[in-house]
Design a protein around this ligand. Sequence first.
Ligand code: GRF
Length: 213
Amino acid sequence: MTLCPDSTFSLVSPSLNNYPYSQENPLKLGIMASGNGSNFEAVAQAIAKGQINAQIQVLIYNNPSAQAPIRAANRGVEAVLLNHRDYNSREAFDEKIVHTLRQYDVELVIMAGWMRLVTPVLIDAFPDKIINIHPSLLPSFKGVNAVEQALAAGVKITGCTVHLVCLEVDSGSILIQAAVPVLPNDTPETLHARIQLQEHQILPQAIALAAQR
Ligand code: GRF
């Protein structure tokens, strides 16, 4: 029996809602990214469409060859390169990140493809105000290669999660999740692409949810 033959099927919970919060002043966001930055773009688009009342103060990226800063430039958002290789400890690196986020008056920090472990230096500076997007239905498939892990496990449904960041990797309180089907011929690339469509939906919504907390 096929209840759901549509490969575009997804289930989002809590369900998507266009205007879940309002506040007088836009919420000031700092986005941290290491790579392509499609989630950065999704947040910028949601702001431009008026779906969330926020503004991106700064993009922090750690990888000189990341695409995210190009997207930031196209959107008129300042991008700051903080290369972890220039720091002799994770703590020293995180101190610089905290300093930069404060310089830009950031209220909510979004890790959107940030590929570095973080320390209490960063977490304690923004208590319950750091969120992360992860390409699995947590608590399954934590850490790197979550999409490959899901394929290897043979699950038929996976997805993405936005959660608060705590010290233990991919383990903070869950804000929102989207379920995505795994199709028989999926490769890591095709499955990740399907998951990313949902990431781009739930991340702006998660920002709204985090703003309400
Ligand atoms: C996303 O799949 C996210 O879940 C993971 O890293 C990827 C970043 O994608 N943490 P992008 O750089 O936003 O396109």
